[in-house]
Design a protein around this ligand. Structure first.
Ligand code: ADP
Ligand code: MG
Length: 352
């Protein structure tokens, strides 16, 4: 675990953003950002000015994180919140197979927010940026009258021939997922139930690792036919690939890789299995690849020391989404033409 976590945070002071002011805060961020020769002008001018790899195309992604919708201050420390704010965006660049380059950070901050908390937030945010060689180049900072609002934009690049989109799957392709799934969903379930998640489970939820190296390797080696990051849950996210690719699939939930901690927990509480399997926020990659790529995928997995597990197969669209549950029973669901009405069970902000 990073030694700079909030659990070891230094003595707190009562200073708030009001003490330092907007520009004092921005100056502190500027001083903390590691210099990057590709950033010609970073924080401090009207626009950031950055170079771009010739011949590549621009990837841009944005995510909002709103207090009490996406996170609760009581459940997550500020270092982790900063980390996660960068991670969920960087994960989208990974899912296209790209290289992350530049970030812009919009913050709406309640006036009473402690300066120490903001420093911890920026520390977490910038630590992940440094790990992934991506640079914070600018943003905007305002006062919020209700809750902390975080808006992150990440830009990346990729040679256009290497793009991994949701639309590239074809029948016969094998479906793979990286890492283990369900840790994050279990942590959230436990937090809602006033239980304390085990440390490793909580870490998956609060500090996801965007799989940039994996995404880049799958794209540059031409292995993946389609790819998505698992933010909404495997059923919902596989559903997105199937909709965009015009395919069906069979998903064998018995093959979904679970960590030892999740397996232990589910042995005690088997009734939580469906929620854990359908939950989101794993930020692992789900990708499809032709069956003849199996050996290259095994090699890549060994190289990256990251498990890549086959969990199903792409089928013709008329097969719908067939899933085999933990008792070996086959369930079939057809797609609804309204994506919001689909029975994927993932998270949807506007669904009742
Ligand atoms: P402007 O009024 O021209 O939009 P601002 O006063 O809002 O500029 O911001 C000053 C500089 O600080 C800009 O370069 C902007 O990109 C940067 N900045 C503001 N807020 C943040 C932030 N939260 N993170 C990183 N850079 C920021
Ligand atoms: Mg501004």
């Amino acid at each position: 675990m990073d030694k700079n976590t909030c659990s070891e945070k230094k003595e707190t002071t009562s200073a708030t953003l009001a003490t330092l002011g907007e520009f004092g805060f921005i100056e502190r961020i500027r001083q903390r950002v590691r210099a990057n020769p590709e950033v010609l002008t970073g924080i401090g001018d009207d626009c950031s000015v950055c170079t771009f790899p010739p011949g590549e195309v621009l990837l841009t992604t944005k995510d909002l994180l709103l207090e009490d919708i996406h996170f609760r201050r009581a459940w997550i420390d500020m270092y982790s919140l900063g980390w996660k704010s960068a991670a969920v965006n960087l994960s989208d660049i990974a899912a296209m197979g790209g290289t992350a380059l530049y970030l812009h950070l919009g913050l709406g901050i309640p006036a009473e927010t402690a300066l120490d908390d903001l420093e911890a937030f920026m520390h977490g945010f910038l630590s992940l940026c440094e790990q992934e060689n991506a640079t914070l180049c600018g943003g905007d900072t305002c006062r919020s009258v209700q809750g902390l609002c975080i808006s992150v934009t990440v830009q990346g690049s990729i040679p256009p021939t290497e793009l991994c989109q949701r639309s590239g799957a074809t029948p016969g392709d094998i479906i793979y997922v990286s890492g283990t799934l369900g840790d994050s969903a279990l942590a959230l379930l436990q937090l809602h139930a006033d239980e304390k998640p085990e440390a490793d489970i909580a870490l998956h939820h609060h500090r996801p690792q965007p799989r940039l190296q994996l995404g880049r390797a799958l794209a540059s080696q031409g292995i993946a036919s389609a790819m998505i990051d698992l933010s909404d849950g495997i059923f919902a996210d596989l559903g997105h690939i199937l909709e965009r690719s015009g395919c069906g699939a069979e998903l064998d939930t018995r093959l979904i890789p679970l960590s030892a901690s999740v397996q232990n927990h589910l042995q005690q509480q088997p009734q939580r299995m469906p929620q854990v399997l359908r939950g989101g926020e794993d930020y692992e990659l789900l990708f499809t690849a032709p069956a003849d790529q199996q050996q290259r995928i095994a090699r890549l997995s060994a190289e990256l020391k990251l498990s890549l597990t086959a969990v199903g197969e792409i089928l013709p669209v008329q097969e719908g989404l067939r899933s085999i549950d933990h008792c070996g029973v086959l369930h079939t669901s057809m797609f609804d033409t309204n994506p919001d009405a689909s029975s994927s069970g993932g998270f949807n902000h506007f669904r009742a």
